[in-house]
Design a protein around this ligand. Structure first.
Ligand code: GLY
Ligand code: MN
Length: 458
């Protein structure tokens, strides 16, 4: 947790922004509750709501708070433990002391929230990230809708990381670096993928809160989010490892590297790998205040098509191919997303509110349409740089059958890549006043020679 002054300042800023946006009434925040996995007392791993963490820091279930936009009054609603709770959980700090610890002077039992919401004043709340809170908000305020002015105010604050958050993200990325190093060092032919996943995730639990999202570790990288880890590691494959740690402060990291399972890239693998590595580097080199991440995505698309052109997999004018969306056949996802307390930061508040400036319209094209962060960059943005090339037989066949690639795609040459798999390379990047900086104190090897040299165990 940060100091109480930080949470108090954030709440003050939020209320000021709401007043500046012409709003009045109250802001309601609801934290998460425990979520049963099989039955009431056997729950999923606890994780607090991220906006609650940002404004209140209290990492406990079943808390809510009301902030008065007009007067600045604040009250936290939660219940003190009773003797039954003490028997099972041990003594706990009082709600009042927890509230004071984050600069909120007043607290009340949770049941008092219902009464406090009566009176007809506007109540602003965020879209809930969990179904329980959807139901709870419907119970407290039947028919009420989340507040767009509140979404915009919260996004404007959480998008620009404070120095203390950047330090927390650097620390989370240092954990992510170690997690990935463990993964790379444990790739061995003949073992099951799950063996590596367990070691990587065990490290995250040892040093932090756990993983920041379910680990992707697969020899079928052409499936973008493959969460199966049941395959034996075979020679000659490419293994995509896309994984991150969440620190005890709940900040995320998110890295991807792709390894040749035999320890050495084949010529064919190295050619495609080098294109993705060049795209990753290009994106980083042009990331700076003033450019939009949409423009960076499109520059990467052009670079990718240039590389694929040199291999004879596509042909034609590069700009025309970019405009026709040909890059989407190979990279059907966006270049990156915001990262912070969530690995895809604030997407519970609405992807377009988070990733698009007013006036920016999200494309429909494959690839560009999945771009989660398109905004004009400003210092304090934290984004991922994660280009990839995937050979997805079903998608190639669809393009061919429906003529989606025009005359640009060499389908005959692509047949030789149906068993290739996929490659993704991802770093986490802070936009600075001068340009950009990769987060974390060490960078995972990425140049193909450096990757081979690092794969000592193969
Ligand atoms: N690293 C997983 C994702 O960005 O979706
Ligand atoms: Mn990512």
């Amino acid at each position: 947790m940060f100091s109480k002054e930080i949470y108090a300042r954030r709440r003050e800023t939020l209320l000021r922004k709401m007043r500046e946006a012409g709003q009045n009434g109250m802001v309601l925040f609801v934290g998460n509750v425990e979520a049963p996995a099989q039955y009431k007392d056997n729950c999923y791993k606890w994780r607090q709501d991220s906006s609650w963490l940002y404004f209140f820091g209290i990492d406990e279930p079943h808390y809510a708070a009301l902030l008065d936009i007009n007067t600045g009054a604040e009250c936290i609603y939660a219940d003190d433990v009773d003797i039954d709770d003490i028997i099972w959980m041990g003594p706990q700090p009082s709600v009042q002391s927890r509230a004071e610890g984050v600069g909120v002077a007043k607290s009340a039992p949770y049941a008092a929230l219902e009464e406090a919401l009566k009176g007809g004043r506007p109540v602003h709340f965020l879209p809930p990230s969990r179904y329980y809170n959807t139901m709870e908000l419907a119970r407290l305020m039947p028919g009420a809708e989340p507040s767009l002015p509140l979404i915009k105010a919260v996004v404007s604050m959480r998008l620009i990381k404070e120095d203390i958050e950047i330090a927390a993200l650097d620390a989370a990325c240092d954990l992510g670096y170690e997690m990935h190093s463990i993964g790379r060092d444990n790739i061995k032919l003949g073992i099951i993928e799950q063996d590596i996943v367990g070691k990587m995730e065990g490290f995250c639990l040892e040093k932090g809160w756990g993983v920041s999202f379910p680990t992707i570790l697969t020899q079928h990288g052409e499936t973008l989010h493959n969460h199966l880890h049941d395959k034996i590691i075979e020679p000659g494959k490419l293994m995509v490892i896309d994984a991150g740690c969440e620190s005890n402060e709940h900040y995320a990291s998110d890295f991807t590297r792709t390894y040749p399972t035999s320890g050495k890239f084949s010529t064919k693998q190295r050619e495609i790998y080098q294109i993705v590595a060049d795209c990753n580097e290009l994106a980083y080199s042009i990331t700076q205040p003033g450019i939009t991440y949409r423009e960076v995505h499109l520059a990467v698309a052009r670079k990718m098509l240039e590389g694929l052109s040199a291999l004879g997999l596509v042909k034609g004018d590069l700009d025309e191919m970019v405009a026709a969306g040909i890059a989407g056949l190979f990279q059907p996802h966006g270049l990156g997303h915001n990262m912070g307390l969530d690995v895809h930061d604030m997407e519970d508040l609405g992807e377009n509110y988070v990733g698009y400036d007013e006036g920016q319209v999200r494309a429909k094209q494959l690839g560009l349409g999945s771009l989660r962060m398109a905004r004009k960059l400003v210092p304090g943005h934290v984004i991922t740089d994660e280009p990839g090339i995937y050979f997805i037989p079903a998608l190639i066949e669809k393009f061919k059958k429906e003529g989606l690639g025009g005359d640009f795609v060499n389908y005959a040459a692509l047949e030789g890549y149906y068993d290739f798999g996929g490659i993704r390379l991802e770093d986490d990047v802070l936009v600075t006043a001068e340009g950009a900086r990769r987060l974390g104190h060490h960078r995972l090897p990425i140049a193909p020679d450096d990757v081979e040299a690092a794969m000592k165990s193969c």
